[in-house]
Design a protein around this ligand. Sequence first.
Ligand SMILES: NC(=O)c1ccc[n+]([C@@H]2O[C@H](COP(=O)([O-])OP(=O)(O)OC[C@H]3O[C@@H](n4cnc5c(N)ncnc54)[C@H](O)[C@@H]3O)[C@@H](O)[C@H]2O)c1
Length: 258
Amino acid sequence: MSKNVLVTGAARGIGKAIALRLAADGHDVAVNDIAAQETELETVVKEIRGLGRRSAAVTADVSDPAAVTAMVAETVTALGALDVMVANAGIAQVLPLLEVTPEDWDRMLAINARGIFLCYQAAAKQMIAQGGGGKIIGAASIVAHRPFALLGHYSASKWAVRGLTQAAAMEWAEHGITVNAYCPGIVGTAMWDLIDEKLAESEGLRKGQAIEKYSNLIHLGRVSVPEDVASYVSYLASPDSDYMTGQSVMIDGGIQFA
Ligand SMILES: NC(=O)c1ccc[n+]([C@@H]2O[C@H](COP(=O)([O-])OP(=O)(O)OC[C@H]3O[C@@H](n4cnc5c(N)ncnc54)[C@H](O)[C@@H]3O)[C@@H](O)[C@H]2O)c1
């Protein structure tokens, strides 16, 4: 059955792959990103419409409460309802904990933890107002289970998503809303380009060598592509996952085992 979906951080990378996969699955998909990514976002909207589904671009900074409320309202205006929220937007920063400033910490937590919280909360309010039922899906990470050194505050933000996902699953089960998170490992996106560059710098490696080094941890023997994550989110958005809630499952090619 076709659902009305909103995917945040969908101008590129994992969010874009999720939006296109859910559209290919037969859903109507509104896509969000920051205003600076509007051109890329419009391209995603066109691709979704090319798949025969309805779409809309909704720019908002997910760390801003008023902007998140407006984003959900605009999605409902464009699509008619909100059945699935994919709170995907996030940032990374590679820095030793000894050098993380309070400002670095606050920015990381504002987008990766408060941003996910605001999206979960606004989606749940909308779903409850619609009469209940719905699927809320968030971006955690393998580092929500096992932090990476030099990604300390990023790891803390993703542990927050895992805890929030469990609490939200408990509180919103009575409304028929399930809440789950996906935990990718090493996905070849702009985010990992940045992580590779900064890890390489701090470990005296060349560009490309850090991702190669960390890829040796992947038992399936290849770096992930965004579509690996999107296929799992497709399951989380489908009725096949109806009996699953509160989980933060790793989809990492076998780096870390639960
Ligand atoms: N790439 C990986 O290996 C990996 C691994 C584990 C988890 N993740 C998580 O998956 C999600 C997507 O990662 P990605 O690799 O596609 O990253 P990416 O940097 O390629 O894309 C992230 C998108 O989010 C947007 N964004 C950033 N801040 C925003 C804000 N405040 N409001 C709205 N949009 C914002 C960016 O503009 C960008 O388009 C993130 O939450 C990330 O932490 C990624």
